[in-house]
Design a protein around this ligand. Sequence first.
Ligand SMILES: [Zn+2]
Length: 223
Amino acid sequence: MAKAKGLTKEHVVGLWKFMAKKYNFEVVNKRDSGIMDAIGVFLDTMNIQDKDMFMDNCAVTISTMVKNRVYVPFEIGEADRVSLAGQVKTCAHEAQHVVQHSRDWMFNAKYLASDTARASYEADAYRANMELEWYLTGRLLSPAGLANNLKAYSIGAADRKIAEKHLLIASKMVKEGYIITGTSKSAIGYLRRCMPLMRGYHPIGVSKKRKGARKFKIAHMIG
Ligand SMILES: [Zn+2]
């Protein structure tokens, strides 16, 4: 796994605080939440996600009209279970689900009832993962690999293929340095302010071979 140079616990803790305020969500550690077990059973019963997989590995966002909560399976800033870069990506990914909910009050129903809708929402949020991986490490996450993750959300092959195509198009833009997901822009904006060495482009210490990775621009014309 590529390392995100210069990223510290303080950056990650600060980022989550910043994003929680900006996108209006609370962060809860899954271990501290009594309802997580019930939600795990519910998702398992709905054939959406295996309960053990859900409890150990997945962050989840639950949005209602009054409150958004992001449940995380790690201690923010502690890299023992999930790397710091992974925590940054999770932050933007889950914030993107909050945005999706704010755009469409039927989000929860569609997400639970339709594999196609779930694949589309997840592909949109995985775009944020891809953009941040690029920003932090100069590496491109594989669209096929990300689409493959959707198996864990009980998403069938046809919908995974569509998600992969969506992410493939996204990857072409990311490779050109375009960051278009709003939550990625916010996260990168925060990191650029607190990590001055990264300002202007990514990544630090880029090799000649990966010179293209120096290109970095926030694309304002889309999204
Ligand atoms: Zn997601």
